[in-house]
Design a binder for this molecule. Sequence first.
Ligand code: PEP
Length: 228
Amino acid sequence: MLVAGNWKMYKGPAETRAFAAAFSPPEGVEAVICPPFVSLAGAVEAGLTVFAQNVHWEDEGAFTGEVSAPMLREVGVVGAIVGHSERRQYFGETDETVARRAAHALEAGLRVIACVGELEEERDRGETEEVLRRQLSVLDPHPALVIAYEPVWAIGTGKTATPEQAEEAHAFVKSLLDAPVLYGGSVKPENAEELLSRPGVDGALVGGASLDPDSFASICATAARIRS
Ligand code: PEP
């Protein structure tokens, strides 16, 4: 099982060092941290397994504000998230740019967590599968590609998909693309067990609850227990 902590725009280098000193990942689970760019190198130096929160599709060039896969690899980063709903919602990320980022990162030797998921109104209109099909249609299978199913209405809202909704969506994703699928959306120590124990749930992408070393360790420990 893979449990990834997306720190979003939280924790500079000093807070990252403090987290690393307090966090000990349990055996039997792969715990990954995704800090902001300025904290990546420090997180690697502190011994964490580190993914970036985004990655560009060129190795270098006139792309202000972007970071490339070779640059990430140079500081010891081993993977990247692409297509997080906050990137899609606030920064103009599209299925096409997500596809380019994912393909280039994989080619450059990074692992990739590609995020997909429907808006609340899309679920209400019965369009969840259509949205997932569209978002996944631009991604090619790859041994280092992991999908994160993150219903947008459950991210940072405290609303979680029911275990049945998660199981159903994961099965649908797997029917389209052969890849491990993480669940994301308000995963916490209190609900980790019911979500992670469902068939087809291969781990979690955790936002808010990954900022605290004890709560993130608790979710990782649940994942390890379920798969042991
Ligand atoms: C996320 O950032 O991918 C996420 C799922 O956030 P949260 O756990 O806070 O809902």
